[in-house]
Design a protein around this ligand. Structure first.
Ligand code: SF4
Ligand code: F3S
Length: 114
């Protein structure tokens, strides 16, 4: 099964993950990244790149992470979510958010909206 981006990425978006993906699977929204499951070849090289451990295999998702399987697939098809292949600066308040566990409600699907 493909790898997925999960809750710790929200409000941080470190983007170290995108540089290593051989399939250019990542898409970017305002405060989160998603993996296109149709492109992911399950190589796992992105996993250790993420400083907050946000990337997991869909087959190993916990109960709490399971909704992110459909979410990654959905966002990968959203025309407002753009492919991202180059690392960029993390979000300005990443240090403040990196250890916050409950961030799902902060996910922005589109600029200026939730
Ligand atoms: Fe890309 Fe491999 Fe990560 Fe899938 S597991 S998103 S192919 S780096
Ligand atoms: Fe997000 Fe981690 Fe990549 S925070 S942008 S999944 S490096």
């Amino acid at each position: 099964m493909p790898f997925i981006v999960t809750e710790p990425c929200i409000q941080c978006k470190y983007t170290d993950c995108v540089e290593v993906c051989p399939m250019d699977c990542f898409v970017e929204g305002p405060n989160f990244l998603a993996i296109n499951p149709d492109g992911c070849i399950d190589c796992s090289v992105c996993v250790p790149q993420c400083p907050v451990g946000a990337i997991v295999n869909a087959s190993e998702a916990t109960e709490a992470q399971r909704p992110y399987i459909a979410l990654n697939a959905e966002l990968a098809q959203d025309p407002q979510w753009r492919p991202i292949t180059k690392r960029q600066p993390a979000l300005p308040d990443h240090a403040q958010w990196k250890n916050v566990a409950d961030k799902a409600h902060l996910l922005q699907r589109h600029p200026g909206a939730h």
